[in-house]
Design a binder for this molecule. Structure first.
Ligand code: HEM
Ligand code: HEM
Length: 372
């Protein structure tokens, strides 16, 4: 299931790049990448990490299948926004999304309560992330039912989903994933997670409400930038830049952090009316999601494919997936930078990076199949 969802996410990213080239409406492109691609994968990753963070048994079947419900909801949203399905299709998609998110959130609370001792600090980030998605879905539903409030509610929806749902889940996971990728403990990670969370949630809330009160835009952007800089600086201090750059997964995860920082900087500018908001959507996808998801998958897929204790086939698959990690990250950051600046040729660099990852993915998984 996890491998299927990982491959589906890469396929959805390729679809998003394809839809851009075909000139589909931007909202359809955004939801191909975010709602069809990232949303189910985040649910799957939470199903994997919540038992780890709470030292409890593996995920139960009902929760394990929630990512499939999110994938169906995401596909329906893309179909509506691309004009293939009539507008009423949004309502069942929102309903499915709300129910699945509520179930996932309830599960994180139950697992937290059942944990012997204190759960890992990362769990609270997942709760906050899911709460953002819940509010974001309620916001867009309210906007559809109440046209006068649509503009402000749409802004709340998109900022809560990108910075809140995806951003909080990603940063919470990165603190755990980076030391795993580098094979070195990070004694400061739990403390950083605990200290940063109130700031991160405050920054997301300020950005989501900045459509109503513009002075909140620089506040939200500066607070969120502070959280990301604190994380990146913590990694450099603990692991050293050389170690991070030399590992194909580590460099991608660090690149994702740098990309997020750039996107927040564009949020600072567009929030004050200095540029359009749209390029930030492309930037969020190219500068942040692409390095994040490819970096995370190159670390996680080998564990999902060969669970249990470390084995040589797992190490081989990881070695295959992290190949070209630095080149991929450079392609995503350069291509994303060009696209954000309005230079469409940047899409070619993104396509090259996605193709490079799809190549090592297919080759690595085929090799893993023959390895058993
Ligand atoms: C069931 C899930 C979802 C539904 C039903 C939904 C619905 C919508 C709708 C109706 C719009 C307005 C489109 C327009 O004005 O043309 C919108 C905009 C947007 N949504 Fe969602 N959404 C969902 C999930 C997500 C997720 C998970 C994300 C990101 C993580 C997201 C990010 C955005 C963005 C960035 C926009 C603005 C797009 C643009 O105009 O370029 N949405 N959404
Ligand atoms: C800290 C970061 C951010 C802040 C403070 C911020 C703030 C704002 C504000 C205040 C507006 C309304 C502008 C107006 O009314 O003229 C806006 C619009 C917009 N933002 Fe952001 N934003 C941030 C990050 C992002 C991100 C990450 C995305 C991408 C997914 C994004 C996408 C958009 C879009 C698409 C619009 C315009 C929506 C439309 O078509 O009307 N923003 N932002």
């Amino acid at each position: 299931m996890l491998i299927y969802l990982g491959c589906s996410a890469v396929a959805a990213f390729a679809l998003a790049v394809g839809l851009t080239v075909a000139g589909a409406p931007p909202a359809a492109v955004a939801h191909a990448a975010f709602a069809l691609g990232a949303m189910p994968l985040i649910f799957a990753a939470m199903g994997h990490f919540v038992p780890v963070l709470t030292r409890s048994a593996g995920v139960e079947p009902a929760i394990h299948r929630l990512p499939l419900a999110m994938q169906a909801a995401g596909a329906l949203v893309v179909a509506v926004l691309a004009g293939v399905v009539p507008g009423w299709g949004l309502h069942p998609a929102i309903l499915v999304g709300l129910v699945a998110t509520g179930l996932m959130l309830g599960w994180t609370f139950r697992r937290g309560r059942a944990c012997l001792g204190k759960p890992h600090a990362g769990l609270a980030w997942y709760k906050a992330s899911l709460a953002c998605l819940l509010v974001a879905l309620v916001a867009i539903l309210a906007g559809l039912l109440w046209p006068a409030g649509y503009a402000a509610l749409r802004l709340a929806h998109l900022h809560l989903n990108t910075l809140g749902f995806i951003g909080l889940a990603a940063v919470g996971t990165l603190h755990v994933l980076m030391p795993t990728a580098l094979g070195m403990p990070d004694p400061q990670a739990a403390l950083r997670l605990r200290k940063q969370l109130p700031w991160a949630v405050g920054g997301v809330a300020a950005s989501a409400l900045a459509g109503l009160a513009h002075w909140l835009a620089p506040v939200g952007a500066l607070v969120l930038a502070g959280v990301v800089i604190h994380t990146l600086a913590g990694w450099v201090k603990t692991f050293g830049a050389r170690r991070i750059i030399k590992d194909g997964a580590g460099v991608a995860l660090f690149g994702a952090g740098l990309g997020l920082l750039t996107v927040i900087a564009t949020g600072f500018v567009h929030g004050l009316g200095g540029m359009l908001g749209r390029p930030a959507v492309t930037g969020f996808f190219a500068l942040f999601l692409l390095p994040l998801v490819t970096g995370a998958l190159s670390q996680l897929l080998p564990v999902w494919r060969f669970p249990g204790p470390a084995t040589p086939p797992r190490a081989q698959l990881r070695a295959a997936l992290v190949r070209f990690g630095a080149l991929r990250t450079a392609l995503f950051l350069t291509g994303g930078g060009l696209l954000t600046a309005g230079i469409t040729a940047g899409a070619l660099l993104l396509a090259a990076g996605v193709a490079l990852f799809a190549g090592v993915l297919v080759k690595g998984l085929a090799g893993a199949r023959s390895a058993g």
